[in-house]
Design a protein around this ligand. Structure first.
Ligand SMILES: NC(=O)c1ccc[n+]([C@@H]2O[C@H](COP(=O)([O-])OP(=O)(O)OC[C@H]3O[C@@H](n4cnc5c(N)ncnc54)[C@H](O)[C@@H]3O)[C@@H](O)[C@H]2O)c1
Length: 344
């Protein structure tokens, strides 16, 4: 059973590729390598022992996406492709509205066209990469899926608009089966150490930043805010191992394909970890000292953000299994084995 992964060469997509293959699906990657490197494909072939099918191109190119769907007849599509840097989205909002919202519209139109003319027999089935960012500044924790949604930057806004588009589509066309996954903070890497997060620039996420400091590429970690109302004063987040996240996509596709019910679920661990706890965990995994500096709070950051993941367990039979220690050990194996990521 083919599954199309838009953005499948990226961080979460590449890990999901392996999990899907292990579960008996045949994933096909669609990517333009705007934020990834073709070397990942060789790594995926090494890990899974089989060739990888790639469709190289832009999800914004609707006629081409239609042709890809006709060629591979996927039973489902996972839509990872998009831009994800919050700071960049503030500086360049149109890029985010164009690529994220425009990319989703393009993909959905291609899927709708192929379904409507009968050239792909499968019902339109989609898993969408949303984010805990749609909860804005949550009034309390843990966060359940019925919390009010808001946005604090154009990236978050783009996710919210896409979620709303998907709801409208479900109302208009009940044949669509849609799973919206709200990821909390993905971290870690495949245990082989062959694939992992490879930020092109200064990492936006804490974990790769901390491991880059541990490996000696950056002098220290800037801890934004040491006076939050949290146990050690630093921000608390829900770090989820990318392997658990990958398993969540398999569970989501299986649920959509067998039960046919759409859903929106959090993918998190339910455990909040402070910045300093994360720094100490990387120190332990790497055996290196990670210097840090307490810096002023960043606009738009919230004190605490962690999931109530019970709905995903109830609906998908999925829950996160990896510990913070495993996450840091895997992130360190990847970072220390590939200090320059896929660029060698
Ligand atoms: N990593 C996180 O912290 C996080 C958290 C919540 C949600 N998400 C969402 O999950 C998805 C995947 O995130 P990731 O961390 O793997 O990001 P990533 O940047 O590593 O992967 C995205 C992939 O999409 C590709 N891409 C971008 N625009 C494209 C286009 N127009 N056409 C074809 N390919 C395109 C990129 O080349 C890249 O390979 C994104 O939608 C992101 O917003 C990520």
């Amino acid at each position: 059973m083919n599954i199309l992964l838009t953005g499948g060469a990226g961080y979460i997509g590449s890990h999901t590729f392996i999990a899907l293959r292990e579960a008996g699906f045949e994933p096909v990657i669609l990517d333009n390598f705007a934020n990834s490197h073709p070397v990942v494909l060789e790594r995926l072939e090494r890990i899974t022992g089989r060739p990888v099918t790639l469709e190289r191109g832009d999800v914004l190119d609707t006629p081409w996406v239609e042709a890809v769907l006709r060629r591979h007849q996927p039973a489902g599509v996972v839509h990872f492709a998009g831009d994800k840097a919050v700071g960049e989205s503030v500086a360049n909002p149109l890029k985010y509205f164009h690529n994220n919202i425009g990319g989703a519209v393009s993909l959905l139109r291609a899927m709708a066209a192929v379904f409507a003319d009968g050239s792909a027999p499968a019902l339109p089935t989609l898993v969408f990469s949303s984010s805990a960012t749609v909860y804005g500044d949550p009034a309390s924790v843990p966060i359940t899926e019925d919390f009010p949604r808001s946005h604090t930057n154009p990236y978050g806004h783009s996710k919210l608009v896409i979620e709303d588009m998907l709801s409208a589509l479900r109302v208009a066309s009940p044949a669509w089966r849609i799973g919206v996954l709200r990821y909390f903070n993905p971290a870690g890497a495949h245990p082989s150490g062959l694939i992992g997060e490879d930020p092109a620039d200064i990492p936006n996420n804490l974990m790769p930043y901390v491991t880059q400091v541990a490996v000696g590429q950056r002098p220290h970690v800037n801890v934004f805010g040491g006076d939050y109302p949290t146990p050690d004063g630093t921000g608390v987040r829900d770090y989820i191992h990318v392997q658990d996240l990958a398993a969540g996509h398999v569970a989501a596709l299986q649920a959509l394909l067998t039960k046919g019910e759409s859903f929106t679920v959090n993918l998190g661990t339910g455990r909040g970890v402070s910045v300093l706890e994360a720094v100490r965990a990387v120190e332990k995994a790497s055996g290196r000292l990670v210097p840090y500096v307490i810096a002023p709070r960043r606009a738009g950051d919230v004190a605490q953000c962690y999931a109530d993941p019970s709905l995903a367990k109830r609906l998908l039979g999925w829950e996160a299994k990896h510990t913070l220690e495993q996450m840091c050990a895997d992130a360190w194996r990847w970072q220390s084995g590939n200090p320059n990521g896929y660029r060698g």
